[in-house]
Design a protein around this ligand. Structure first.
Ligand SMILES: NC(=O)c1ccc[n+]([C@@H]2O[C@H](COP(=O)([O-])OP(=O)(O)OC[C@H]3O[C@@H](n4cnc5c(N)ncnc54)[C@H](O)[C@@H]3O)[C@@H](O)[C@H]2O)c1
Length: 375
């Protein structure tokens, strides 16, 4: 399709996929001709994890194509973007719940990305056991499979587990910005524990499988990714703001606006994840995010309002409203900001998209993706 016939949102996605591909020339050439499994590939990060590989395939000789298989329980339905790719010969989508035993006819995958987990706080608090099972038992099945593949002489060459910045909990002030060496300040019984603690245990599994069995298992700790692919109904902060803006109503903020975050545009983050998969050290975890700006939710809401005013002539204001969900802010970290020197120095991770540019791209995408299934 020529760029002249693309919608604004399609242009954003096309530009992002090119940007990811340029960042990953070396890494994708290592995956060339290989089989890649992405669990949870129908989700937000899957949107670019999957499409970046398929975009690479279109540029190279068919013998170098990367075959992608997605295992996803499609708990929120089959997303339209994934249905639209169903005729791609290098994509295989399997409805599979990672909590269940792995399919008996599982092919010999060279690379595995385990991203299947409920990720949005509202939803993991609603389904705590399913969240823990995906991050502990689902991960364990995939690690056991990797061990078996090693014994069969068809070893997995790279394995990436999606952990989270939430494993740090609410870091003490002297540990912000937060390096990978910080051990965390986390409740093991609070409403977020199902997520934070299962990711922590998942990391322990990964490190020990890497050490004991010499498997190439690596861990990513994402810090607040946003952008195209994150459903407007996901109930994370930016889709919530976008939903209010596109409905023409005031932006509702459920906190007092003081907690701070750093936001990493998804195209930068996805480049980082593939870099870990291919070049990360076995048994090591890497922060993936941006160091700045660390902004308060109030400043973020004001910035999004301003951008929406320029883009859509939006006239709403930012208002504070206590959430009807009593646990909405319980154990919510006050500040979150990473040190990313390890990924920069060891992997050449180099996020470039500014917050304003990323938010503009996200709003453009939401403008054409106003509807999505609720959970
Ligand atoms: N997006 C972020 O900023 C962020 C931050 C920290 C960690 N993460 C982690 O990255 C991974 C992907 O996150 P995302 O933002 O794309 O989340 P998402 O909710 O958009 O996507 C997750 C996908 O996993 C699938 N899934 C959930 N449980 C499953 C199961 N038991 N079996 C099979 N599929 C299952 C869902 O159907 C969904 O398609 C998750 O592990 C999440 O914890 C993401």
């Amino acid at each position: 399709m020529s760029t002249a016939t693309l919608t604004e949102a399609e242009r954003v996605v096309r530009a992002d996929l090119n940007y990811i591909g340029q960042n990953l020339e070396v890494e994708f050439s290592r995956l060339a001709g290989k089989k890649l499994l992405i669990t949870g590939g129908a989700g937000f990060l899957g949107y670019y994890l999957v499409q970046a590989v398929l975009a690479y395939n279109r540029l190279v000789d068919p013998a170098r194509n990367i075959e992608v298989t997605v295992y996803d329980n499609l708990m929120r339905g089959m997303p339209p973007w994934l249905s639209a790719l169903k005729s791609d010969p290098n994509l295989n989508v399997v409805r599979h719940d990672i909590i269940e035993p792995l399919p008996f006819d599982m092919p010999a995958f060279h690379y595995i990305i385990h991203a299947a987990s409920i990720a949005s706080p509202i939803f993991y608090r609603k389904h705590p056991i399913a969240t823990m099972d995906a991050n502990v038992n689902g991960l364990r099945s995939l690690l056991d499979y990797s061990r078996l593949q090693q014994q069969r002489g068809t070893p997995v060459e790279g394995f990436l587990f999606f952990s989270t910045s939430e494993i740090y909990g609410d870091p003490t002030p002297e540990n912000i910005p937060t390096p990978e060496t910080y051990r965390g300040n986390v409740s093991c019984t609070g409403p977020r524990a199902c997520y934070d603690e299962s990711k922590r245990f998942g990391e322990a599994l990964c490190v020990n499988f890497a050490r004991e069995y010499d498997l190439p298992v690596k861990v990513a700790r994402p810090f607040n990714n946003y952008g195209p692919g994150l459903k407007i109904t996901d109930r994370r902060v930016l889709p919530d703001f976008a939903r209010d803006i596109l409905a023409g109503r005031d932006i509702i903020m459920h906190s007092d606006g003081t907690p701070t975050r750093t936001f990493c545009y998804v195209a930068d983050a996805v480049a980082g994840y593939y870099k870990i998969l291919v070049n990360g050290k076995p048994g090591e975890a890497y922060n993936i995010g941006v160091e700045s700006p660390e902004i308060s939710m109030r400043t973020l809401a004001d910035l999004v309002t301003q951008l929406a005013r320029d883009q859509f002539d939006y006239r709403g204001r930012v208002v504070h409203q206590v959430s009807i969900d009593a646990n909405y802010l319980v154990d919510n970290p006050n500040r979150r900001c990473p040190v990313i020197g390890k990924a920069r120095n060891e992997l050449g991770y180099n996020p470039q998209v500014s917050l304003e540019d990323g938010l503009r791209r996200a709003l453009t995408w939401y403008n054409e993706h106003r509807e999505a299934e609720d959970a």
